[in-house]
Design a binder for this molecule. Structure first.
Ligand code: NAY
Length: 289
């Protein structure tokens, strides 16, 4: 369960329906071209919070069918409706997903006891493991070192996808829980996290930049920081171009230049203008060789 995991995109058609052929191509591209170690399915990058429960299940099914046992698969099942989260946890576990993940419950100001109950309810309903998905910038949920420790007391909670720029907390977590899996969640900060000895990374830009992400991660592990820094610099030139142009839309347009029918993003995400499509194509021409 260590290494480079792509936060998988999902291909949608203009009506917002799953474009199955495109989704299968996305899976193949990540396995065959980017050669990542695993896929994180139905996360933010998969537009999970914009789709129906039935579509979430269908995506889990298509991805497992296409990937088989070629790479590790993590199913993000978190939802504000805890019954849905449990239903998805059971569904993905039955399909053979290697682990589950759940975003911290958001929108309402849940206290820590409620967050803890959410995780224990989901994971104790299935024979599987759980990776906490912590992304305070989007959820508003900031957990302390001690609170992570309380969640980790449940042995089925095996790690955290740490999507935050708090390297002090990350170092403290690494030191306090050497046996838990810690994944870096911000691709633009991969080197800094790798230096702190995280176990892997989960990222949206790995859909197009998986090989560079692997190099950064492995060079950092080998202590070759200067070389890793060079690749992080090129990576961040790409990421700043992507972020300025529309994150998920731009990655999809870049993938189209590689023959992947990545489709469009679901509303309310907007579609790229012709000018923005051109920017995405230029980024692909510059950074994807
Ligand atoms: C997810 O669930 O898909 C992720 O959180 C993957 C991590 C990404 N976060 C988001 C919110 O998209 O890869 C990052 C991020 O896109 C990248 O670092 C650019 O900021």
């Amino acid at each position: 369960m260590k290494g480079i995991f792509t936060a998988l995109m999902c291909a949608f058609d203009e009506q917002g329906n799953i474009h199955e052929k495109g989704l299968r191509q996305l899976v193949r591209h990540n396995i065959d071209v980017s050669k990542v170690d695993g896929l994180y399915v139905n996360g933010s990058t998969g537009e999970n919070f914009l789709i129906s429960t039935e579509d979430k299940k269908r995506i889990f099914e298509i991805v497992k069918d296409e990937a088989g046992d070629q790479v590790k698969l993590i199913a993000q099942v978190g939802a504000l409706n805890i019954d849905e989260a449990v239903e998805l946890a059971k569904y993905a576990t039955d399909l053979g997903y290697d682990s589950l993940s759940a975003v911290t419950p958001f929108y309402y100001k849940f206290d820590f006891e409620e967050v803890k109950d959410y995780y224990n309810t989901i994971i104790n309903s299935v024979d599987n493991t759980m990776i906490i998905y912590s992304i305070p910038a989007l959820t508003g949920v900031n957990m302390s070192l001690e609170q992570f420790g309380e969640l980790f007391e449940n042995e089925k909670i095996i790690g955290v996808k740490f999507t935050a720029p708090d390297f002090y907390l990350l170092e403290r977590l690494r030191h306090a829980y050497p046996e838990k899996l810690i994944y870096s969640g911000f691709d633009e900060m991969l080197l800094s996290a790798a230096v702190l000895n995280v176990d892997g990374a989960i990222g949206s830009t790995f859909n197009v930049n998986g090989a560079r992400a692997r190099s950064i991660f492995e060079l950092a592990q080998e202590g070759k920081i200067e070389e890793a820094r060079e690749i992080q610099k090129v990576t961040n030139d790409l990421i700043s171009g992507i972020l300025a142009n529309g994150l998920y839309q731009t990655i999809k347009e870049m993938l189209k230049t590689q023959g992947v029918e990545a489709g469009v993003c679901r509303k309310p995400m907007k579609q790229l203008s012709a000018d923005n499509v051109k920017v995405a194509q230029d980024l692909a021409a510059t950074f994807l060789t």
